[in-house]
Design a protein around this ligand. Structure first.
Ligand code: MN
Length: 253
């Protein structure tokens, strides 16, 4: 099997390295990943500037290509230029931090997988919930057998999946659950600071609101309770139920 591996934390991220080493059990792995961190870039692409890529070596051997662009750029470039044979699978991760709830829509990691699905290839985003000392090799050892199970269950290629692993606490993960993406807002905030020249600047932050119950039955709750969550996604943004509804209306010019 041929696997294309990307992420949004950059080609030197430990999560990507761990997943690379573990995915080698399934076949050959082509790494095409951002040269610097691209977390939160979602599905952005580079098209006003040239896209630069350079080879990265590990232990004296070609490890992959570093691209000065987004995860979506990486997958596009891999598909259109780098991979001689199209991969059978696109994997994006392991991301540092969960990509659950509406974070899925901000995530560069998930966007890398979505881009793979655009090309009709089964694609999986893998993320590990933030902990004190994230154990990426352990997370990769859990993720790869689940990736195998996803593949075994797919009747056709092009399926899009989002996998989230809980913190690697003792006794966790407690199981695997297939859950929908949460839709609640996170505790978002903008912190205002003053720069040395007296000008205000802002940092996007998240406030963990422990008083607020987690959305029941969502991936957010599943990961918080120690489950590995699997969510089948699709990139069709059309609200088909409402489309039917509005099609019966009379529209005038
Ligand atoms: Mn990231």
């Amino acid at each position: 099997m041929r696997i294309l591996l990307t992420n949004d934390d950059g080609i030197y991220a430990p999560g990507l390295e761990a997943l690379h080493d573990e995915l080698l059990r399934l076949g050959s792995v082509d790494v095409v990943a951002p040269s610097v961190e691209q977390s939160g870039v979602s599905h952005s692409i580079t098209y006003l500037e040239p896209l630069l890529a350079h080879e990265v070596f590990r232990h004296g051997r070609l490890f992959g290509r570093a691209v000065r662009g987004s995860p979506a750029d990486c997958v596009k470039l891999a598909m259109l230029q780098i991979c001689n044979t199209p991969p059978d699978l696109v994997v994006s991760g392991i991301n540092a931090g969960a990509n659950t709830g509406i974070n899925v829509l901000y995530s560069g990691t998930v966007a890398g997988a979505i881009e793979g699905a655009f090309f009709g290839i089964t694609s999986i985003a893998v993320s590990l919930a933030a902990g004190d000392q994230p154990d990426y090799p352990a997370a990769a050892r859990l993720a790869v057998p689940l990736i195998e199970q996803v593949l075994a269950g797919e009747s056709r290629s092009g399926g899009l999946w989002n996998m989230n692993l809980p913190e690697m606490r003792p006794g966790w993960p407690v199981g695997v659950k297939t859950l929908p993406m949460g839709l609640a807002r996170y505790g978002e905030a903008m912190e205002r600071r003053i720069d040395p020249r007296g000008r205000p600047y802002f940092w996007t932050t998240t406030i963990v609101d422990t008083s607020h119950p987690l959305e029941p039955g969502s991936d957010v709750e599943g990961v918080a309770e120690g489950y590995v969550t699997l969510t089948p996604l699709h990139f069709d943004l059309t609200d088909r139920r409402r489309l039917q509804e509005v099609a019966s209306r009379e529209w005038r010019l």
